[in-house]
Write a protein that binds this ligand. Structure first.
Ligand SMILES: [Zn+2]
Length: 264
């Protein structure tokens, strides 16, 4: 038990240190992520920690690749950019954390697998949006099939889809390095990919999209060119965080049901 606590504190502190160094999180984001890292490492050990760390590091790397290229353009349309805050941490990690608390209480491996599914959805979605905007092709809206502004939620490209599948597979691979087998790998990859796909569908159908009255760009920001924008599509209250939370809950809960049915 003492070893488990020491391991938890050391690994969580190392990850928090990395986030601090890279200025990847706001203060509230850092505190939230720190608490989640403690719970995850305590309940799921090195496996849980490595999955969290990989999600964080690959998102960071993808963001760096993007920033040199299209930061300016995307900054025009996406509501949130820059360091991640506590809402982003909660919407991307909380479902996984709840699964691990259930794993700790019940001892059922299915809940640990469900954590893998939720985190696979997180990384799949992050890579899809960070890498997807680099595509030379104009994204099409996943629901309407029409071309839309690069960076807007709901837009998909082949590159983004590939990055999404890769992200889910990375998490699934780390998961099964500690046991679980090939079937486990496949289910986590598929659930992660489907979560990111749902993210695009909800992003297109529900997420609030606005038009600037001055320069008429389509954006997710409520203000542009110093003036309030006009809601053209979706629901004003639904933003990227809401959609991320729903896709995480979908992958985590459906994954949990599948693994429970398969008697994991
Ligand atoms: Zn404008």
């Amino acid at each position: 038990m003492l070893l488990r606590i020491i391991l938890t504190v050391v690994l969580s502190a190392a990850l928090a240190g990395l986030a601090l160094w890279k200025r990847a999180l706001t203060r509230s984001g850092l505190i939230t992520a720190g608490v989640f890292a403690l719970i995850i490492t305590f309940t799921a050990g090195v496996r849980g920690f490595l999955i969290l760390a990989a999600t964080f590091v690959f998102t960071l790397i993808a963001g760096k690749i993007k920033s040199g290229l299209r930061e300016k353009r995307e900054g025009q349309v996406v509501a949130k950019s820059g360091p991640r805050d506590h809402m982003q941490m909660i919407c991307n990690i909380l479902v996984g954390v709840i699964m691990l608390i259930l794993y700790e209480i019940t001892g059922r491996f299915a809940f640990c697998c469900a954590y893998g599914c939720a985190m696979a959805a997180s990384l799949a979605d992050s890579l899809a949006s960070e890498i997807g905007v680099l595509s030379n092709k104009t994204p099409v809206d996943i629901c309407t099939g029409k071309k839309i502004t690069t960076g807007l939620s709901g837009g998909v490209t082949a590159l983004g889809m590939g990055a999404s599948a890769l992200g889910a597979a990375i998490i699934a691979l780390i998961f099964v390095l500690f046991g679980g087998g090939f079937r486990c790998f496949v289910i986590i990859t598929v659930m992660g990919f489907l979560g990111a796909l749902l993210d695009s569908i909800l992003g297109s159908a529900l997420q609030g999209k606005y038009r600037c009255a001055v320069c008429s760009i389509e954006t997710e920001k409520k203000e542009h060119c110093g003036r309030p924008t006009v809601l053209t599509r979706g629901v004003a209250r639904v933003n990227n965080d809401t959609v991320n939370f729903i896709n995480n809950a979908f992958s985590g809960v459906v994954g949990m049901i599948i693994f429970l049915i398969l008697k994991y």
